[in-house]
Design a protein around this ligand. Structure first.
Ligand code: OSB
Ligand code: MG
Length: 374
């Protein structure tokens, strides 16, 4: 496809509520968007990197650097026909998955628009509605968390995931399970535990959790496999899974029973589909994770979640949980049954509110086609 221009922008968007995990609190998002212009169409990508390098090595700033200095120019020099061509084009750049996904996902978006089909169909998706859950941050008190849970259950969400860490785990889960004996419940530690905590973690088996997400190191399989032997609760890996090979290694070593697929973390739609397929072939369920995205990244998550093996509720929830005003129209909404109805219009299915995007933009550049050396 002909690429007329690549525009990168950074937006500042304030979350309705601070979101606290074991690695810190996020209140203001610095969201990096890519627009790829091609023959009158615009494909949009969102970078899921966090502001600080606490979830993974990448940040908004490292991704900006990679996109302007390396990946953007590479794409201009070697325009892809399909989103699936991007991994080959970006191959020389190591890592930097979230930066790569920003452009790759924009190309898939363009391709779906060009073909006049919903993005989910292009990816091989089959589901017309997707089950959704919520991820609830650590709160100053258990009482406040209980209010959050009651509100989300009333809204229809099918699964409650609680962020946890040492000091915000057994007591909290015990009280929540006591008040709601039957809900689908899980927890996410974002690597807050170590092997000395194994005995402590076995207490979580009492709460009938669907899974415990990423209890140990962000880059580990081996110790998760040791821990899994001690736990009845399935481990779900998030941070550790960067590609299909990681998914295979995790499944074969029995380091997890469930995989959280995040588009940015694995480098874009191509690898996300590969992880999904590898897990499906081995009977391991997956679900779609979230990174506090705006409506653009969220719409990509909706499309990805239409693949068959996204059988568990994901962290793909309504725009209104995060933002006073989202940058897409219509906003993403959830039915009283806790599902998102997947749009059947071409492309993402949610229009970008360009006026609002412009107002929230704090910096903007057009990628220059550099002469690549070597
Ligand atoms: O580990 O899933 C995670 C948010 C930021 C970084 C990491 C994670 C999360 C979430 C929020 O859990 C998911 C969402 O609602 O977007
Ligand atoms: Mg997680």
């Amino acid at each position: 496809m002909k690429i007329d221009a690549i525009v990168l922008r950074e937006l500042h968007m304030e979350l309705l509520r601070p979101f606290e995990t074991s690695f810190g609190v996020t209140k203001n998002r610095r969201i990096l968007l890519a627009e790829v212009h091609s023959e009158g169409l615009i494909g949009w990508g969102e970078c899921t990197a966090t502001e600080r390098p606490y979830f993974s090595e990448e940040t908004t700033d490292t991704a900006w650097q990679m996109l302007t200095q390396e990946l953007g120019p590479m794409l201009m020099a070697d325009p892809p026909e399909h989103g699936g061509d991007c991994p080959r084009i970006f191959r020389r750049v190591r890592g930097n998955h979230m930066a790569k996904a920003t452009l790759e996902n924009a190309i898939w978006d363009l391709e779906a628009q060009r073909e006049g089909i919903p993005l989910g169909y292009l990816l091989g998706g089959v589901m017309r509605r997707i089950p959704t859950g919520v991820s609830l941050g650590i709160r100053p008190t258990i009482a406040e968390l209980m209010e959050d849970i009651a509100r989300e259950l009333a809204a229809g969400y099918q699964r409650i995931k609680l962020k946890c860490k040492p000091g915000w785990d057994v007591d909290v889960l015990e009280k929540v399970r006591h008040r709601w004996p039957d809900i689908r419940l899980s927890c996410d530690a974002n690597s807050a535990y170590r092997m000395r905590d194994v005995d402590h973690l076995t207490q979580l088996d009492a709460f009938d959790l669907m899974m415990i997400e990423q209890p140990l190191w962000h880059d580990d399989f081996y110790y998760h496999s040791v821990l899994q032997k001690r736990l009845q609760t399935p481990i779900c890996l998030d941070e550790s899974i960067r590609n299909r090979r990681d998914a295979l290694a995790a499944i074969e070593t029995e380091s997890c029973g469930v995989i959280n697929v995040k588009l940015g973390r694995v480098g874009g739609f191509s690898e996300a589909i590969a992880v999904h397929n590898a897990a499906q072939e081995r009977g391991t369920p997956v679900w779609c994770g979230g990174m506090l995205e705006s409506g653009i990244g969220r719409s990509h998550n909706v499309a990805l979640s239409t693949l068959q093996n996204f059988s568990l509720p994901g962290d793909v929830s309504a725009s209104a949980r995060y933002w006073a005003e989202d940058i897409v129209e219509p906003e993403i909404t959830v039915t009283p049954q806790g599902e998102i109805e997947v749009p059947d219009t071409p492309g993402r299915g949610y229009e970008v509110r360009q006026d609002l995007v412009e107002r929230l933009t704090v910096r903007k550049v057009k990628v220059k086609a550099l002469e690549l050396v070597g």
